[in-house]
Design a protein around this ligand. Structure first.
Ligand code: ADP
Ligand code: MG
Length: 434
């Protein structure tokens, strides 16, 4: 299963045009990105709806060169039944949590009379952006499936739900997590040229010369640059080697044939690929003895954080692996040899995913042209943040693919909560009170 990076880079280059073609929106944000941070001040909010949790943020901007004075957040898991239920149920839940967050505020957060709170909405699903604060959902990904929302404006839906909660708030900006991370990253570091999300799903955005975008027919922005939301999770190519486990996972998913790159590299799927591999080993090679453990047949029972915990187990008798097997799969009394093989399966699947992610980053760098003196990639997402073996392998692969010299000009930074902060910044720079 190990990937050969040289071949992958070749494939990605060949398909580069496809990448640009799948981008769901191209905006003039970049000129705003240059200006935001210089003067915006006051309290702004962000709502970050990703895949597993959503975050509500309050960001206090300090104005001219003041940066971010303070930020506070609350994180709430999304109940699985809301991911495939009714549109109103999902948005009511989100708006109610947002209302709770606001209700707990002290006097220091009071706004001047007559002024409404303003919010940047990070919505990390493919959207056809129609203006800075509106956009229609193209399709769901990452285990969400609410048909009635496809084609609807997600800002209108959120605003209606906020009204139902009597929450006085105005949505000033709609952004995707990659664009938010790029904006947030750029606010603090002018060399940030691309953002990559590795969380429940995956996506990337980068700064492109406007002239290099054949798809764009509007006026060129003054800066001559634009942000491209690649929607790279949907990348697919006959050159991308897929195993039987990838094919069956895809076939059983809510979105077969879509988000193939995402299904190879992101947090929602890695643990599930491990489960499928172990199941085959159990069925065809009696890996866990004569009977196939019944829990091993349950889709998505083995989550990526558990895979990661097993992969990182440094105890000599692989205690963590033993306890995960017992607690999650009800498999007891495994031999050390068996547990070692399991760690190796985790390693193979994580390595393949992170090397593919690195190949994607290198493809962006090549598309941007000769690397500047310094190019900074802002990364965020629970997978990147917590799965150390994965992020370590990603960085090693970058060095391997770029070579020692070039890799010195590329820096990967962790843009913690970048997507939410970026949304608050964009809400500020597009405030209705400016
Ligand atoms: P979202 O993608 O929903 O916006 P996050 O960026 O917080 O949210 O990513 C959450 C995802 O990160 C989880 O679904 C999981 O796949 C992955 N993740 C979280 N913790 C870990 C961990 N300890 N090890 C590996 N992956 C993790
Ligand atoms: Mg996210």
């Amino acid at each position: 299963m190990n990937s050969t990076p040289g071949i992958l880079i070749f494939c990605l280059e060949k398909e580069e045009q496809v990448w640009v073609d799948v981008c769901s929106f191209v905006t003039e944000f970049i000129s705003r990105l240059f200006s935001c941070g210089s003067h915006e001040s006051g309290l702004y909010y962000a709502l970050d709806l990703g895949g597993t949790n959503f975050r509500v943020l309050r960001v206090h901007l300090g104005g001219l060169n003041g940066g971010i004075v303070n930020q506070e957040f609350a994180e709430v898991p999304i109940p699985p039944e809301l991911m495939t239920g009714a549109a109103d149920a999902l948005f009511d839940y989100i708006a109610a949590e947002l209302a709770k967050f606001v209700a707990q505020e002290g006097q220091e957060h009071e706004l001047p009379p007559g002024r409404k709170r303003e919010l940047g909405f990070t919505f990390s699903f493919p959207v056809n952006q129609t203006s800075i604060a509106s956009g229609t959902l193209v399709r769901w990904t990452k285990g969400f499936s609410i048909d009635e929302l496809v084609g609807q404006d997600v800002v209108t839906e959120l605003s209606r739900a906020m009204k139902r909660q009597n929450l006085e708030m105005h949505v000033s900006a709609l952004v995707n997590d990659t664009v938010g991370t790029l904006a947030g990253g750029r606010y603090t570091n002018k060399d940030v040229a691309a953002a990559v999300i590795l969380g429940t799903g995956t996506n990337a955005a980068y700064v492109e010369r406007a002239q290099a975008i054949p798809k764009w027919h509007g006026a060129l922005p003054k800066s001559g640059e634009m942000v491209i939301n690649m929607e790279w999770g949907n990348f697919k190519s006959s050159h991308l080697p897929l195993t039987e486990f990838d094919n069956s996972l895809d076939g059983d998913s809510l979105n077969p044939g879509e988000q193939i790159f995402e299904k190879l590299i992101s947090g929602m799927y890695l643990g599930e690929i491990v489960r499928r591999a172990l199941l085959k080993m159990a069925e065809e090679a009696s890996f866990f003895g004569e009977t196939v453990p019944s829990k091993l047949k349950v889709p998505f029972i083995l989550r990526t954080p558990d895979m990661s915990a097993m992969h990182h187990d440094t105890s000599s008798d692989l205690k963590v692996v033993a306890s995960k097997l017992k607690d999650i799969l009800e498999i007891t009394s495994t031999s050390l040899k068996t547990r070692k093989v399991i760690v190796e399966v985790c390693n193979i699947i994580a390595t393949r995913g992170s090397r593919l992610a690195a190949a994607g980053v290198v493809a962006i760098l090549r598309k941007m042209g000769e690397v500047q003196q310094k190019t900074v990639i802002a990364m965020d997402g629970g997978l990147y943040e917590h799965y150390n073996e994965y992020s370590k392998c990603l960085e090693n692969t970058l060095t391997e693919l770029l070579g020692e010299e070039v890799s010195k000009t590329v820096e990967v930074i962790h843009a913690n909560d970048g997507s939410g902060i970026g949304a608050a910044l964009l809400a500020a720079s597009h405030s209705q009170y400016l």
